[in-house]
Design a protein around this ligand. Structure first.
Ligand SMILES: NC(=O)c1ccc[n+]([C@@H]2O[C@H](COP(=O)([O-])OP(=O)(O)OC[C@H]3O[C@@H](n4cnc5c(N)ncnc54)[C@H](OP(=O)(O)O)[C@@H]3O)[C@@H](O)[C@H]2O)c1
Length: 308
């Protein structure tokens, strides 16, 4: 099959190549991939995650061509979206049936491909904050994939969402998605009960000082590449109790399929917008990856792979 493989010598470390078809394990279905999304992971950590010649990509949507041998999951012909570590940017993908969600009629496979990694991360992060109804929630990196879903999902849960972006133009559209405030600076921001922090560096440092009593700050990502300094002694002197937590999407992992279907249901109901900021053929994958790396994509970059 054709695939995009990780090759540090190629532009954006991506090269089209002929690779062997994946061999599904007993609990895996084989999918003909229609569309796949890029994630920050694919660009920042491909060397460590996939190695040279490996196929990157967490998110793929398509049609089941071979149901899992153990009888789990949907039959051949079902339209699905999937989330797994690697293998999405290819004509075929073998994926555990626990990590598949069935795509409802009326939801395009390109739209479905935008949801899994960023959407499930945002969904689980917002849930992790606990009850946010009427409470202030800060989302940083709000212009990106996880950020645009987190803004929408926190707003859906009833939060007063404060969306932080790197520059004013990157905040375009966030109010329409439910953000009550769109800011480029944390100075003077009123206390927040929850933080979904995607950027790291000084932003996490500053966000922690904004936490109200009982609040929780989730370190979801470090898109800036910068570590953060937290003054725990100063936090202790503030008194009360607040939590600073390292968040990973697979904590308590029991398959991603259920959450993918929840997100697809919200999209089908018109309550969640996939925020596809770049869409095109996988012949233009390098362009998509470079736009994402340059912070020029509002939300997700999705490449069309097959015709299913
Ligand atoms: N914990 C987990 O399980 C988990 C799961 C998925 C993703 N993540 C992490 O979450 C973070 C966000 O992922 P994503 O898919 O939303 O990424 P993305 O779509 O690329 O968005 C990242 C956002 O971070 C901001 N940013 C600030 N400094 C940046 C820099 N130096 N380089 C790139 N972006 C920078 C950008 O906003 P502005 O342009 O407005 O500044 C950008 O929109 C990443 O660190 C990713 O690794 C973690």
């Amino acid at each position: 099959m054709q695939a995009l493989v990780h090759d540090p010598e190629s532009p954006s470390s991506l090269r089209r190549a002929e690779v062997p078809d994946p061999l599904p394990g007993p609990h895996e279905a084989l999918i003909a991939v229609a569309a796949a999304a890029f994630n920050f992971l694919d660009l920042a950590y491909a060397d460590a995650m996939h190695g040279v010649g490996g196929v990157p990509g967490e998110d793929a949507a398509g049609v089941v061509v071979e149901a899992a041998a153990d009888g789990s999951g949907p039959p051949a012909g079902t339209r699905v979206a999937s989330f797994a570590m690697g293998g999405a940017l290819a004509g075929r993908r073998a994926v555990a049936t626990a990590d598949l969600g069935v795509v409802p009629d009326g939801v395009d496979l390109v739209v479905a491909a935008a949801l899994p990694a960023a959407g499930v991360t945002a969904l689980r992060a917002v849930r992790r904050l606990g009850t946010v109804l009427g409470r202030r929630v800060l989302v940083t990196g709000a212009s990106g994939g996880v950020g645009r879903f987190a803004v929408q999902l926190a707003a859906l849960a009833g939060a007063h969402v404060v969306a932080h972006v790197g520059s004013a133009p990157r905040g375009a559209g966030l109010r329409e998605l439910g953000a009550a405030e769109v800011i480029t600076d944390l100075d003077g921001v009123a206390p927040v009960r929850g933080v979904v922090e995607n950027v790291g560096g000084p932003l996490l440092t500053a966000a922690v000082t904004l936490l109200a009593e009982g609040g929780v700050a989730l370190s979801v990502g470090q898109a800036s590449g910068q570590p953060s300094t937290i003054d725990f002694e100063a936090e202790r002197r503030r008194g009360g109790h607040r939590a600073i937590e390292v968040f990973t999407v697979d904590t308590g992992y029991a398959g991603f399929g259920g959450d993918i279907e929840e997100l697809l249901g919200l999209v089908a109901a018109g309550r969640l917008d996939p925020q596809i900021g770049w869409r095109g053929s996988w012949d233009r994958a390098v362009e998509a990856a470079e736009a994402l790396r340059a912070r020029k994509v509002a939300g997700k970059a999705v490449v069309e792979i097959g015709t299913v």
